[in-house]
Design a protein around this ligand. Sequence first.
Ligand code: SF4
Ligand code: SF4
Length: 188
Amino acid sequence: MEGGFRKKVSKAGVTVVPRPETFAKATWLPALAKGLGVTMRHFFTNVATGKDIATVQYPEEKVKYPERFRGLHRLMLRDDGSVRCVACMCCPTACPAHCITIIPEETGNPNEKRPAIFEIDELRCIVCGLCVEACPCDAIRMDTGVHAVPTERRYEAVLGKTDLMSRGIQSIATQGGKNDWRDTEKTP
Ligand code: SF4
Ligand code: SF4
């Protein structure tokens, strides 16, 4: 006997649970009354004091996001307004959701490329922030404080390079490091 129920194991290995033995258990009335009691306690407490109400009157009232809140992505810019990204592929490699697509192109500078296409599928993104961590040149951030737009259409959730750059600003980081070793050291 366990918890008022007698369990039998059939030859086929199926556990047969008989009906509860008492009227109270059969109707689940005590459990229902207990659950209802908890609900009513919260209801009257909140009506009287409002202290446990966790909701806000959005959009008139907004909660303050923590400093490290991760919002929509943005691509950061160089001083001349061009994209900082050098298409190194670190972020799509680190992305566990495989939602970043980059097609690189030549820039004329043999030391770096740039993305011809840079897309992020925000419906697949799990907002882990690993792309930001992986970027070696402060080219991608999630500090916009902007929510992804709710949508059920994939094409509305895929952000392209222009959209990502529209939220970008100049970074205070120096592109390629403060001193480029190629300027001071001779290569063999
Ligand atoms: S936040 Fe995470 S899941 Fe989203 S794009 Fe970046 S690495 Fe991928
Ligand atoms: S890690 Fe940074 S530089 Fe590299 S592809 Fe991603 S955004 Fe561009």
